[in-house]
Design a protein around this ligand. Sequence first.
Ligand code: S3P
Length: 437
Amino acid sequence: MAEPGVAGWIAAPGGPLRGELAVPGDKSVSHRAIMLGAIAEGTTRVEGFLEGGDTRATAAIFARMGVRIEAPSDGVRLVHGVGLHGLRAPDGPLDCGNAGTAMRLLAGLLAGQRFDSVLVGDASLSKRPMRRVIEPLQAMGAVIGSNDGRAPLHIRGGQPLRGIDCTLPVASAQLKSALLLAGLYAQGETHVREPHPTRDYTERMLAAFGAPCAFVPGQAAVLGGFPLQARDVHVPADFSSAAFFIVAASVVPGSGLLLRRVGMNPRRTGLLHVLRAMGADIAEEHAGEQGGEPVADLRVRHAPLRGIAVPGEHVPDMIDEFPALFVAAACAEGTTEVSGAAELRVKESDRIATMAAGLRALGIAVDEAPDGARIHGGRLRGGAVDSHGDHRIAMAFAVAAQRAGGEVRIGDVANVATSFPGFDALARAAGFGLRAA
Ligand code: S3P
């Protein structure tokens, strides 16, 4: 974990990346396992739980609402469910920290409770758009106040919710999930349609917990009023965490890395299609299933990359991987063009702006567009970059530094522990040049 108090990293080429490694559990699945476990009947055992700041914030929130959650060992949680209507009023605001997934999904879940609640977050989360989730929840009958469409969210309890049939304006698994969770408490059916299919963990887990939930890519529906039954959850390794090592091994000459048992949900693996189209050498071995999710070992070898226009159809399936992709593009020959990705501007930071600024500081030409960028591959040099407190930006520049001509100073890295505790130690073990600043 980036030790508390470590403000930054100094990263520089460490040589070829070699060996085998396993990245921590999936963030999206870990959040949902705690949430559904908490409102189910019985005890849910979660294995492979991500011990990150974001997912621990979710667990702490349910503990404050009377859910007993045991942590018998690292990566394991026993969630003693209290049933659909068993949550207790918290004694103060509920802190989501840096976690957009926690805040948006909880907005839906808490809209259906009998008690009032307040959701707060850190400075980054307090700037992120919440109207997109508030408005469709209001259409279901929820009463939610906000700071001009941003956190804190004040959720009024005791409101009767009704199911709606709703087409979302943006492809967002967080919005879809918020509506489905509110739908558990609504009268009738809640039907959500998406402009492009997004990760389907909520609907898969709802069905596994016995909820009347039907789904096909791009659509999901749930019937309200039915109890959930506890079920063990095996969390796969997070593809988004693996992505940094996939790109690093692809761009550092002489590398050969084996990433063990990576979650391969097709709604998450858009980066593989794009990197392969750029010339990457990524083999899938021992493809199988873990807890109902596809997993595989990924063997990644260095290969020369060339720039491409990223096909729009892959954008939602790699929405968290653009910081890593921008680094691959910087190391590729020619220009890589990203478009249709305006959502990047409202992530933990404005990821188009923060990546463009950081790459330029390292000597790479980037033309920004409102919904993407053109990255002109070139020679990376040393320099100083600011992650703006965004975990994925910090890790992306640690990867970029492995191809730089000098040391790269990366500021504001503490939030790496929100999604990838232990990244720095794992990266060093794989051969990264990386130390605390
Ligand atoms: C997530 C959905 C995505 C993603 C985030 C996790 C989820 O956000 O970026 O890291 O767990 O549902 P959006 O729904 O805003 O696209």
